[in-house]
Design a protein around this ligand. Structure first.
Ligand code: NAD
Length: 324
């Protein structure tokens, strides 16, 4: 029988792409999302549209940690892909309790529900932010991660540790996937590439925090979804799994180079205003992806140029070019 997968955060950027991939592979998918107001509901409804058209997809609106929502899950899944979260590094400095509730407590409630229902497998979206502000690069899964640099980072690291406890105590198979700045079609509007393209389309200045030298290992969503899909194959085929795996691009790009690349694709010269670096903002993220390559056959395939072009085309289409 086809496996049943529960995806939390199904209406989000990554979650909606994951649901579509799973459905295309023949899985029976239940998606949960509470349309967190971090960004507009209409965007998330559009994200969901393709999955909703598939009869193998069921959508439940609500908080994935609430028993009222969990009671509506009638198709008990073989596996949970847990993507729902309070995302965003800088906003987490303004509301740490929201991130503790929205990430740590939420993950605990999902683990407890899984335990109660006898669900043994989970893939968890962790983050490159757990590495902190380190110059030990590229980041390897076996290096110490005891210096989270933001509330968001400590909530993701706490979840990884909690997942380990549930693996040890209750024999749950769990993969903590450390995702590195994901971009492309449907990217969250708070993230740099989305923000910069929007500003350029409106012919407004781009504000850069710091001197433009901070780097991020931007990773195209399709490569991330490939990594999640291979993780699913792996965890379904193995018992006794507890793994921490980087999913990144292994090619960090400086902030100023990012702006230049976007400008080149959009054939423009944006006005740039430099501002002070924000607390919580790390200098670099840089994934060592050799473990993902070895265990999952993971190999990012999308160049920054292609990924940016795809995003910009999508953005223009999604906004009816009205921002130009
Ligand atoms: P997103 O905000 O687009 O998606 C998250 C979704 O979860 C949203 O639709 C939101 O409404 C939903 N949600 C939040 N709390 C919920 C709850 N309690 N119950 C049900 N639904 C809830 O974010 P994204 O960029 O797609 O990120 C997905 C996951 O990947 C998150 O866990 C994020 O921390 C992680 N991640 C993302 C990136 C990135 O660059 N986008 C990098 C590292 C890790």
């Amino acid at each position: 029988m086809n496996k049943r997968i529960l995806v939390t955060g199904a209406a989000g950027f990554i979650g909606s792409h994951v649901c579509e991939r799973l459905l295309s592979q023949g899985y029976i998918v239940t998606g949960i999302d509470n349309f967190d107001p971090f960004y507009p509901r209409q965007i998330k409804e559009k994200n969901l549209a393709a999955s909703l058209a598939n009869p193998s997809f069921e959508f439940i609106e609500g908080d994935a940690g609430d028993t009222g929502t969990q009671d509506k899950i009638t198709r008990i899944p073989d596996l949970v892909i847990h993507l729902a979260a309070k995302a965003g590094v800088l906003p987490s400095l303004k509301a740490p309790p929201d991130y503790i509730i929205g990430n740590i407590l939420l993950t605990n409630k999902i683990l407890e529900w899984m335990r109660e229902k006898g669900i043994k497998k989970m893939i968890f979206a962790s983050s490159s932010s757990v590495y902190g502000n380190t110059d030990v690069i590229p980041f390897r899964e076996d290096q110490p991660v005891n210096s989270p640099f933001s509330p968001y980072a400590f909530t993701k690291r706490s979840c990884e540790l909690m997942n380990y406890t549930y693996h040890q105590l209750y024999g749950m198979d769990i993969m903590n996937l450390r995702l590195f700045t994901v971009y492309g079609e449907r990217q969250r509007p708070d993230l740099a590439i989305h923000k910069f393209v929007h500003l350029i389309m409106q012919k407004k200045s781009i504000h850069l925090y710091g001197d433009g030298s901070t780097s991020r290992d931007y990773t195209y969503w399709k490569d991330i979804v490939d990594g999640i899909s291979s993780s699913l194959d792996y965890i379904l085929a193995h018992e006794g799994v507890f793994e921490v795996i980087n999913l990144g691009n292994n090619k960090p790009v400086k902030l100023i180079e990012l702006v230049e690349q976007i400008a080149a694709v959009m054939n423009t010269h944006p006005d740039i205003i430099y501002e002070e670096k924000k607390p919580g903002d790390v200098d670099i993220t840089y994934a060592d992806i050799s473990k993902a390559g070895k265990i999952l056959g993971y190999e990012p395939r999308t160049s920054m140029k292609d990924g940016l072009s795809n995003f910009i085309n999508w953005f223009k289409h999604a906004n009816g070019e009205k921002t130009q």
